[in-house]
Write a protein that binds this ligand. Structure first.
Ligand SMILES: Cc1cc2nc3c(=O)[nH]c(=O)nc-3n(C[C@H](O)[C@H](O)[C@H](O)COP(=O)(O)OP(=O)(O)OC[C@H]3O[C@@H](n4cnc5c(N)ncnc54)[C@H](O)[C@@H]3O)c2cc1C
Length: 418
């Protein structure tokens, strides 16, 4: 792409979530002049409240084989781990169709291979960035624990463990007794656990994005708090990014606006099927327990992560679009579930949040050139893995801009793959 860049102006990255910040930092490291635009402060979008997990083992897509049979249940139970809002169904239908289509065993296998190609090296891709900011202490390699309350729940997950085995994911299946030894703070209600050693977490995911953004600004990058409303385009090239405050001439543009990217790509004539999987969190500053590592329930779709600010209980999926009000009863369910694990969880001064995972129906992000513009790139749609894959995405975007070999086949992540 290096020959396709305009001659003047910075490379503009739209969106200062974890993905945009990492793209901006990687581009800056290559010696480019870079401007990062966001309507808010860095990290205030979905990157504000996630589970803080940086994983290299998430090779199982959301749309697993047999998901189609579960769709009626998703519609009937608004508090279930995976729920669909009735009112949003007509708008969601095309995405849902692609989601179900991507759940065939062959496609799931392909997707998991493409996920693994991104995930391997996901954590080490952070090394240069945390090195620039001296942020090494913010990432802890603790491993994580996946727990099962019933033998049937564990058995139903066995085919997906098999998928992980095929991808070379390292894990140990633990009987109840060993599980209790590894994490004594858990109530004795679990039949099985699976320990994944190669998983890390940040001690505070929001502070992490902010520190990376500060590192970017300190290293010569420019951050502007402006909403992007359009683009000037000349002969297949974006010449300026238009904001509510004015215009920013650009050499190239990277769209990394998370779940809101679709509005922007549409202005560039491209409509990838991006939607959102809404998720919730509670953060308990005085939980009264201190688990040693993050713990995840596949059956109930949430994680408890020990952060420097307390215990984060995060997760579940609600397909309901960008505009509907939060259903805070879902956050209550998170508390009820976590309270079964850690009876008597203290809720004093708890905070709650809802965020918008930017999700593609096949669980693969969009990373690569815009279909119709030679100096525009897309970097969004990371779904459940945006924190995990942000640095890797930044490295790939920088390689594409420079015309370097990205080292992976980029075809599975193309915007026009549908
Ligand atoms: C409950 C929950 C738990 C999660 N747990 C994990 C986890 O443990 N590990 C993990 O890897 N991932 C996790 N995720 C997913 C992860 O949080 C997301 O994939 C990631 O934050 C997406 O980052 P992003 O930079 O693409 O988007 P965002 O963080 O949403 O950033 C997009 C930015 O674009 C800006 N923007 C949008 N439109 C415009 C515009 N027109 N002009 C200017 N700026 C604009 C927004 O203001 C925003 O700051 C979780 C998500 C949820 C909801």
């Amino acid at each position: 792409m290096s020959d396709d860049l305009n001659e003047t102006g910075p490379i503009v990255v739209v969106g200062a979530g974890i993905v945009g910040v990492c793209c901006a930092l990687y581009l800056l490291r290559d010696g480019h002049q870079v401007t990062l635009l966001d309507r808010g402060a860095p990290g205030e979008g979905t990157s504000f409240g996630n589970g803080s997990i940086i994983t290299e083992e998430a090779v199982v897509p959301v749309q697993t084989p047999g998901i189609a049979r579960k769709v009626p249940g998703m519609l009937m139970d608004p508090l279930g781990p995976l729920a669909i809002r009735w009112r949003y169904l007509p708008k969601l239908a095309p995405w849902l169709l692609q989601f179900v289509r991507a759940s065939s065993p062959d496609r799931v296998e392909e997707v998991s291979i493409a996920l693994q190609a991104l995930l391997s090296g996901a954590r080490t891709a952070y090394d240069p960035l945390v090195g620039m900011g001296g942020l090494q202490d913010m990432i802890q390699r603790s491993g994580w624990l996946s727990v099962y309350e019933t033998e049937a729940g564990f058995q139903s997950y066995e085919p997906l463990l098999e998928l992980q085995r095929r991808r070379g994911v390292e894990f140990d299946v633990l009987p109840a007794e060993e599980l209790r030894q590894l994490e004594p703070s858990l109530a004795p209600i679990f039949e099985r656990g699976v320990f994944y050693p190669n998983v890390s977490h940040t001690v505070d995911n929001f502070r992490f994005v902010q520190e990376l953004a500060t590192t970017f600004a300190r290293s010569g990058g420019q951050i502007r708090r402006e909403r992007v409303v359009g683009f000037d385009q000349v002969e297949g090239s974006v010449t300026a990014v238009l904001t509510e405050a004015g215009r920013v001439d650009c050499r190239a543009v990277v769209i990394a606006a998370g779940a809101w990217s679709k509005n922007l790509t549409a202005m560039l004539g491209s409509r990838p099927p991006l939607d959102t999987e809404r998720g919730y969190h509670l953060t308990l500053p005085h939980p009264g327990v201190s688990p040693r590592l993050p713990i995840y329930s596949t059956e109930r779709g949430f994680v408890c992560t020990p952060l420097e600010q307390g215990l984060r209980i995060a997760g579940t999926v609600e397909l309901g679009g960008l505009n509907a009000a939060p259903n805070w009863r879902r956050a209550e369910v998170l508390y009820e579930n976590a309270n079964r694990w850690f009876p008597g969880l203290d809720r004093r001064e708890e905070t709650r949040w809802m965020g918008f995972r930017p999700s593609m129906p096949d669980s693969l992000p969009v990373i690569g050139p815009a279909p119709h513009h030679k100096n525009a790139l897309f970097a969004f749609g990371h779904g459940h893995c945006g924190l995990s894959l942000a640095a890797r995405t930044g490295a790939l975007i920088a390689a594409l801009v420079e015309g370097r070999d990205p080292g992976v086949d980029m075809a599975p992540y193309r915007a026009d793959r549908f």
